[in-house]
Design a protein around this ligand. Structure first.
Ligand code: NAD
Ligand code: DAU
Length: 348
């Protein structure tokens, strides 16, 4: 099988490329990636000499480039996206371009090239915040709250429409929060690890009691592999791990693994429109794809922390100047009365 992976120089895409090359010895992969701030070829240095892997630099919004990439391809797994909620709050322009228009461009090119399967890597954020005690199924209403989530919902609904309108063989997966090796340290877990290692404060938004369902990236890759091979055309599959924990608890566990004190935790102003909880019902994926997450959170966190400890050169390269100026822009303005009270150990 000839696969196109878009966004393969990013966190999940690069893990997926490694996963597929290792498990499917007859598959070849073409990685189409623009190499934005979060994409880095250093992440793929271990596969770049593999004869079943090729890299094509390009923007998923570039119609000619995408058509060229699509030639002779059997299936597409589409990861490329602007992926960080906080950046989408600062400016959502690139989010709408890449996530909505880029997806439309790929869907059109794939349809015209006769691609037999198109997996859209969507997200649980399309459902919005989960009420306490409830888990979203694939039939639930979509109610995205951030510009990032809204742009991913646009992509998700476009893919659905291409199946309904053209019978184009699309599969949509909606996964929860991933963690693991090669995650850009703007996201919570690698941000905690990389800052804690340097003894820097850890910014905790609001009261830190927002809940996320954490899945190891390898379990997500296994779910995508299963969807690619066993999924039914036009179907949506939730991929969650059932590891629901408040952010503060996750931060404390990581500090313990790194051997740093809880005093590094610093409450800062909350994210506007912050979703309180994500939670998915993944029964359909377990039943139809014969998939289940396997990596226990404590084991996965330890493996992840160990990976960052052993890969200081990767951290150094991705946290160069652009990262530091982003950090200043994002965090210097975060201050609030609530944050000051919480930092003094007071109550809300
Ligand atoms: P990431 O930011 O680490 O990687 C994104 C990759 O896409 C980068 O390599 C970047 O260079 C590339 N890219 C960005 N714009 C592009 C464009 N216009 N053309 C071509 N390439 C472009 O993101 P990630 O965390 O690996 O997420 C991958 C996908 O998975 C995204 O679609 C995201 O919405 C989805 N997802 C992520 C999570 C998570 O927890 N990280 C959970 C569920 C779903
Ligand atoms: O749920 C899937 C989504 O998970 C993906 O679609 C997104 O691409 C991915 O970025 C992620 O979104 P989140 O907003 O949940 O992830 P993030 O790592 O940014 O934040 C996780 C939680 O930690 C969230 O409640 C906000 C909080 N947080 C985050 C940062 C960066 C902090 O408290 N402090 C921080 O500095």
């Amino acid at each position: 099988m000839k696969l196109i992976v878009t966004g393969g120089a990013g966190f999940i895409g690069s893990n997926f490329i490694r996963y597929i090359l290792a498990r499917h010895p007859r598959y070849s992969i073409r990685n189409l990636d623009k190499l934005t701030y979060s994409g880095n070829l250093y992440t793929l240095r271990d596969v770049e000499k593999n004869r079943r892997y090729t890299f094509l630099r390009g923007d998923v919004c570039d119609r000619h480039k995408v058509q060229e990439a699509m030639r002779g391809v059997d299936a597409v797994v589409h990861f490329a996206a602007e992926s960080h909620v906080d950046r989408s709050i600062l400016d959502s322009t690139a989010f709408v371009k890449t996530n909505v228009l880029g997806t439309q461009c790929l869907l059109d090119a794939a349809r015209h090239a006769g691609v037999k399967r198109f997996v859209l890597v969507s997200t649980d954020e399309v459902y919005g915040s989960a009420p306490s005690g409830e888990k979203f199924t694939e039939e639930c209403l979509l109610a995205p709250n951030s510009p990032y989530a809204a742009s991913k919902t646009g992509a998700d609904l476009l893919a659905r429409a291409y199946f309904r309108t053209y019978g184009f063989p699309v599969i949509i997966t909606r996964c929860t929060n991933n963690y693991g090796p090669y995650q850009y340290p703007e996201k919570f877990i690698p941000l905690i690890v990389t800052r804690a290692l340097q003894g820097q404060n850890i910014p905790v938004y609001g009261d830190g009691l927002q809940v996320r369902d954490w899945i190891h990236v390898t379990d997500h890759c296994a779910g995508l592999d299963a969807a690619l091979h066993q999924g039914r055309d036009g179907e949506i599959y939730n991929l969650g791990a059932g590891n629901e924990w408040p952010n503060l608890e996750i931060a404390r566990r990581i500090l313990q693994l790194v051997g740093k004190p809880d005093s590094l935790l610093t409450y800062v102003q909350d994210r506007p429109g912050h979703d309180r909880r994500y939670a998915l019902n993944s029964d359909k994926a377990c039943r139809e794809l014969n998939w289940a997450p396997k990596i226990a959170l404590n084991d996965g966190l330890k493996q992840t922390v160990d990976w960052y400890l052993s890969n200081s050169e990767w951290i150094r390269r991705v946290t160069a100047r652009v990262y530091r100026s982003y950090y200043r822009q994002q965090y210097e303005r975060r201050d609030s009365t609530l944050a000051k009270v919480l930092n003094r150990g007071g109550k809300k």
